[in-house]
Write a protein that binds this ligand. Structure first.
Ligand SMILES: N[C@@H](CCC(=O)N[C@@H](CS)C(=O)NCC(=O)O)C(=O)O
Length: 232
């Protein structure tokens, strides 16, 4: 029995939580959310996460959802992967973590779940507009966050912000079918360096094995071949 049980689907946002748990050296169990049968909307799953989204992390204090909230909770509990509350980098860290979670991530979801945002004739337009917003946000993050977060973003040891961003950069390069390929990683060289460093870490090797990702999942991503479950 471990303290943590991660409800996951391969190559979903749950992989960010898996990476954080691996980096923190915390034991955890996983439970597949079977997206083939839309298990994220089952009564049992909704009892844990009423929003019906992935991930959910069960903890001794109950189930938690929302990627950024889970990440913050884990950093507070284990004192790792984020600047401590008294640090001068704490406020900018929260600023940029919430920017990724509240602006970048939802804009990216417009690309993947376009059918939720408008009728089919509008899809290309919705995606193009979302891609522009995502690209602009990445440029702002690249320019503004690093100087304010010395040691905690794109540094030698990853923070939860790096883990979150690396996953987003991966997804932008391979999803959705028919609308990937617009993002140019060379526009943000510090992110590329961060991703390359991350790919050398044991946490990423564990993720690749568990979810069927090929090596270099961030700098040369390919769709996964998961041992269980499906991406969508
Ligand atoms: N705001 C949520 C978004 C999570 C999210 O959209 N997860 C996707 C998987 S990457 C999901 O649940 N998709 C299935 C669905 O929306 O039905 C978070 O930050 O955790």
């Amino acid at each position: 029995m471990t303290d943590y049980r991660l409800h996951y689907a391969p190559d979903n946002a749950s992989l960010i939580i898996r990476l954080a748990l691996e980096e923190m050296g915390q034991p955890y169990e996983t439970v597949l959310v079977d997206r083939r049968v839309t298990a994220q909307r089952s009564a049992a799953y909704l009892a844990l996460n009423p929003a019906g989204r992935i991930p959910t992390l069960e903890t001794p204090d109950g189930p938690f959802s929302e990627t950024a909230a889970i990440l913050l909770l884990l950093t507070e509990r284990h004192g790792k992967l984020a600047p401590p509350p008294a640090s001068p980098q704490r406020a900018p860290f929260l600023n940029w973590l919430f920017f990724v979670s509240n602006t970048l991530h939802p804009d990216m979801l417009n690309l993947f779940y376009v059918h939720r945002y408008g009728p089919e004739p509008a899809w290309t337009g919705i995606r193009k507009a979302a891609a522009k917003r995502v690209d602009r946000s990445l440029t702002v993050l690249h320019r503004e966050a690093r100087p304010r977060l010395a040691g905690w973003f794109c540094a030698d040891v990853p923070s939860v912000l790096d883990l979150y961003l690396a996953a987003i950069l991966r997804w932008l390069q391979i999803y959705p079918d028919g609308f990937a390929g617009w993002y140019d990683p060379s526009a943000h060289p510090a992110f590329q360096d961060m991703c390359t460093q991350l790919e050398g870490r044991a946490s990423v090797a564990a993720l690749c094995t568990a979810e069927g990702l090929t090596d270099r999942p961030f700098t040369a991503p390919l769709p996964p071949d998961p041992p269980e479950g499906t991406v969508v």
